[in-house]
Design a protein. Structure first.
Length: 462
């Protein structure tokens, strides 16, 4: 499919010549995302990049694409890990990078955010007004539109929820080019169906999210990060469950082992500051009153010691907390170059230890290392399948399928936050059933009869 010259000229008449990119070198970075190369889908080379500067321009671009039946691939920061932003067929990459306006309504504690605003910018602007966006669903370079479209999660979901929990309203451009306004700044809104939640997590196949109204909160004044070492993995998980059962809901509860965290520290050229224990629970606390944090630390210490925990390491200075959290957050980066695929399986929190024990048996079976870490507070476990040089593609896929089977067997799911995208769509029919697929395809057809919006993603082939 060669894009018609008339089609390209019409796009330029909407956004201007400068914002329709045809140069192959300039386009290159828009052809891939953060998906591990061994599983990343191949991008079409018959692509142009269009960069609208307003919501009306987005609508007009999509109208033109719909008229010519040209595929449109919405793109934010390109941080997808499942091929969700890769243009797999000839068409246009609709980059939302110029939609970067943000307004903080301090009195209502709401952020009006265009889709191209980064998570980092949202956090920064909120903090200027003494407010915060509590969720931290991933890379701060990710765009808000993409985070909403993928219903991103992150380590803080155990307490503050995922993106869905913060969206009060949306503006969405439909595949026909019509603009749909849903909700607004109010916390309560019972006018008709809650269609906004149809688009949250839809991964760009039903509409293009161009603006959002996000709920903000007063900034927590006091924080602390506690790392508890263990010599027993089961003791670590028992401690995490017991802490949650006390009624204390920390900002985050993370799990990792010594090998994983030291790999990350080595990548950053720093030292992991804790020399005892083989398994760790990292607990992040945040409260408006300092005394509350201190009481919570005492409670955590008592529960951990009852379950065999070693001496806890508590970091309260801001720089100390940033340093230790940085090591945790860079685990993915440290393993990225050798990763075949990163999984984000999620299981009920009561069976996380059983899940990881069964993953360990797969390690023993294949005599490999499967780096494992994750958000123990909500059951979301990340496992890296490394691209072993002696393994075939079939072997690596077999290991992934075995891990998925275990997650499903224990009542879990194969994706808790990354989504389906391209790389997981082959599992959809098996795990969700024909009725789910049929219903989703009917919905897709109603909104996008010409199948122009992010085709080849989420839904399996017939």
């Amino acid at each position: 499919m060669v894009l018609p010259r008339q089609f390209i000229d019409e796009l330029k008449s909407v956004v201007g010549d400068k914002w329709v990119v045809e140069d192959l070198v300039a386009i290159e970075r828009y052809l891939y995302d953060e998906t591990a190369p061994p599983v990343r889908p191949s991008a079409s080379r018959e692509i142009i990049v269009v960069k609208p500067g307003s919501i009306d321009e987005v609508a007009n671009v999509i109208k033109i694409a719909n008229k010519y039946r040209v595929p449109v691939y919405p793109r934010g920061g390109g941080t997808s890990l499942v091929g969700g932003a890769v243009p797999t067929k000839p068409g246009i990459v609709l980059s939302l990078e110029r939609l970067d306006r943000i307004y903080i309504d301090v009195e209502s504690m709401v952020a009006e955010v265009e889709a191209g605003v980064t998570l980092g910018k949202l956090i920064e602007e909120a903090e200027k007004h003494g407010l915060m966006f509590p969720a931290h669903p991933g890379d701060e370079g990710a765009y808000i539109g993409g985070l909403i479209a993928c219903n991103a999660g992150g380590s803080r979901a155990v307490r503050t929820g995922v993106m869905r929990n913060y969206v009060l309203g949306l503006e969405v451009v439909l595949p026909t080019g019509d603009i749909l306004k849903l909700g607004g700044k109010t916390i309560k809104n019972n006018m008709g169906y809650n269609l906004a939640h149809l688009f949250i997590g839809s991964e760009g196949i039903l509409g293009v999210i161009v603006k959002a109204y996000l709920r903000l909160y007063p900034k927590w004044r006091y924080t602390a990060t506690a790392v508890i070492p263990f010599n027993s993995r089961s003791s670590a998980f028992r401690t995490a469950r017991k802490i949650l059962s006390t009624g204390l809901i920390p900002l985050a509860i993370e799990y990792f082992d010594r090998q994983v965290i030291e790999t990350s520290a080595k990548y950053l050229r720093v030292s992991w500051p804790i020399d005892i224990g083989q398994y760790y629970i990292m607990i992040v606390l945040a409260e408006p009153v300092e005394e509350t944090v201190l009481v919570e630390l005492e409670l955590i210490d008592r529960v951990a010691r009852e379950e065999g925990g070693l001496e806890p390491f508590v970091f309260q200075r801001e720089d100390e907390q940033k340093n230790v959290l940085k090591i945790r957050s860079e685990i993915y980066s440290a393993l990225k170059s050798s990763t075949f695929d990163i999984l984000d399986t999620t299981v009920p929190i009561g069976v996380i230890d059983r899940f990881i024990e069964m993953v360990n048996k797969i390690e023993e079976k294949y005599r490999i290392w499967l780096p494992t870490y994750g958000h123990v507070g909500d059951g979301n476990v990340h496992i890296h399948i490394l691209n072993y040089p002696n393994f075939t593609q079939d072997t690596l896929e077999k290991i992934r399928d075995e891990i998925y089977d275990i997650a499903i067997q224990l009542g879990g799911t194969i994706t808790g936050e990354h989504g389906i995208g391209y790389t997981r769509k082959r599992y959809v029919r098996k795990l969700l059933g024909n009725t789910w697929v049929k219903t989703m395809k009917m919905l897709k057809y109603v909104l996008d009869p010409n199948n122009i919006l992010n085709p080849d993603k989420v839904l399996p082939e017939d």
